[in-house]
Design a protein around this ligand. Sequence first.
Ligand code: SF4
Length: 452
Amino acid sequence: MDRIMLLSLKVAGQLKEEYADGLVDKPWIGLLSIATFLEFNGYETMVRDIFPDKKTMDGLVRQISEKQPVIAGISVFTENADKALLVARIIKSQFPGIKIVLGGPHASLCPMECIKSDSVDFVVLKEGEATMLEIAEMVSSGGRSINPKDIPGIVYKEGDKIILNEHRGLIADLDLLPIVKRELTDISGWRGIVNVSSSRGCSGRCIYCAATALSGAVYRVRDISNFYMEVLMLRLMLGDKMEQLFITDDTFTGIPERVLKFIDLLKKHRLDIRWRCESRIDKMSRELIGKMAENGCIGIQYGIESGSQEVLDKIGKNIDIGKALEVIEYTHDAGIFICLSFMIGHYCDTRETMGETLGLIERLFRKYKKIQLVLSYNTPFPGTWQYTRMNRLGMRLAADKYEDLNLAAPVVETRNFTLEDQKDIYRKAYPYLWYLEKEAHAGAAAGLPQKE
Ligand code: SF4
């Protein structure tokens, strides 16, 4: 059976998050899911992390020579888009027979740009499981079993023409997907934090977020027993090497009853697991937080994004600062480590509203010990609501490379603030941000990855 190689391309920021435990392959969970689906359907699949440095690329070239995959799929995020195309070029130049497929958020949102590269044969839009399988069938059969024009959710070339097929619908029932098989990557060095996903998409409509563009603001969940089975399998497979579980869902508590059922299963089987998740302020209650804390939840991340209610209303965040403060307090009182993310440089920000964000960060820092405060710069990622309306919103993009769209440096100016204004606010917030020693110690106590 033909082999398929899937490459999880990492960028510097992700290294810190994911490699706190050392340099081991921990590919994107979405890529592992595609690999599992392909294997389930008879393809030999391997998944590995990749960094576009010489040493890694030399190793990759050796591995391709040895394994001879017929397809190399690369996941692409905006900040690594240029590097993904570089990796595609290197592979194609040495192995012209391999079909190169790009997928992932950036490829889904900027497919026409990705397909223009001579090294790229197909771009997969949005969810990749079924689409990659059909591409694999087409490549394996030399086009006899299925033709590209009959594969929804792809962009490809026909001579000089670029063809954009109709989109494939989102997978309605996530339980039809096989449970992700971690063994498709090298898990021998896995320890510490293990990622797992229980849902896809988010019903929110925050104007800066790609989730809406990718999932159409639809929140789809796995049956909680099916999800629990995966957690159980991870514990059996990794034992104590799995020190904690990170539930990667945009909003794990989107349906609170489901979280309560998960907790019931943990209790029923006395499964002692430390876990953390991301959630939304509007999906939390004191009761839920208390139950989560009693049953292994050690950390929750909330996106607060601004200290100005007016800004929050304008960016579609749909949260009330008063309620946010309440939820933060409940979470802290329950003993759960809180991670809060903020952004400055929203289109409707002014120096004053950014000052309100700074003020809120400072107040939270002074009030709570077990808290991690993260500040980044609003960044218009292609495909997001704000990106497609930048002119109307009065935003000027001051970046000419995708790798600059990485949240770590300001890239937007408006009539009301400059890049320097944002840097100034950031500098003032810096003493309160999460990588200070005090927070680092608190984070270490909660088992969270530490910034170097
Ligand atoms: S709540 Fe979070 S995941 Fe959902 S749209 Fe807003 S930023 Fe995106």
